[in-house]
Design a protein around this ligand. Structure first.
Ligand code: ZN
Length: 267
């Protein structure tokens, strides 16, 4: 999906001439196309599009608004793993319904145990319908939250809310075990006095934790981080806890809580 200005101009022409009823794409790509059309003063609301489907990334509210305004159609976001097929579809009432007839979706913590509804965790998928290739507890690497409230549309399918996408790298223990970054996030997140944090694994044997401290962050908090990380990564791993005034986002604009430079952590 090439997105240079000349390409965008071409896409606008294609939309005008082919008059598709539906448009599919990544949220960021369609958003770029929409803002491009808007700055050119081009309206595509009369181009015949009835609905815009996005998938592959998180759809932010401002993206949804801009896409809907430029194309004059509602935007429905779907969620699917890169390899795991479609997992959830958005209904007109805005709920993200799991395709629960043929898949089982679990939200698990860093050790693989299920978390309660409303708690964030890694999205793990089991497909019941695929015969060719079994998908059993496939780990998507994405973070999501199961909603315990029914959708206002009346469909009984359970809801997935707040899909964070691959906001977290995997980390590698000293013995080579690869684990989800959540295993470390849980150690830091629930400590008192942590306003923001970022975990940077420099190698299997060295990891840095950047903390923006608030009131209540104490020497004992530091001790608990070091102890918790060593329990998971190995007792000899060097854990550096640094306090800083602010954490900046990635160049990509995505915020990642855990970044690993250990080569084994590549998914
Ligand atoms: Zn619904």
């Amino acid at each position: 999906f090439r997105m240079a200005e000349a390409d965008l101009e071409g896409y606008v022409k294609i939309v005008r001439s082919y008059r598709p009823r539906m448009l599919f794409g990544y949220p960021s790509a369609l958003y770029r196309l929409a803002t491009f059309a808007r700055t050119r003063g081009e309206s595509l609301t009369d181009s015949g599009i009835r609905a815009v489907f996005t998938t592959g990334e998180r759809l932010y509210d401002d993206q949804r608004g801009a896409i809907a305004a430029v194309f004059g159609a509602p935007v429905a976001n779907g969620y699917g793993g890169r390899d795991a097929g479609f997992i959830a579809h958005e209904c007109p009432a805005g709920g993200m319904h799991l395709s629960a007839e043929d898949i089982i979706v679990e939200i698990v913590d860093g050790t693989g145990g299920r978390v309660a509804p409303g708690e964030p965790g890694e999205i793990v998928v089991t497909h019941l319908a695929t015969r060719a290739f079994p998908f059993i507890r496939y780990r998507t690497g994405d973070i999501g939250i199961l909603d315990d409230l029914p959708c206002s549309c009346g469909r009984g399918l359970p809801l997935l809310k707040d899909i964070q996408g691959r906001s977290t790298d995997f980390v590698v223990a000293a013995d080579g075990t690869v684990m989800h970054g959540l295993a470390l996030i849980y150690v830091v997140r629930d400590l008192p006095g942590v306003r923001a944090f970022k975990i940077i694994q420099e190698s299997r044997h060295r990891i840095r934790v950047l903390i923006v401290p608030g009131t209540g962050f104490a020497a004992s908090s530091r001790e608990r981080i070091i102890r918790g990380f060593r329990e998971r990564l190995g007792s000899m791993v060097e854990v550096l806890v640094e306090t800083i005034p602010e954490i900046t986002g990635e160049k990509s604009g995505k915020f990642r809580y855990v970044v690993s430079h250990a080569p084994e952590a590549a998914p």
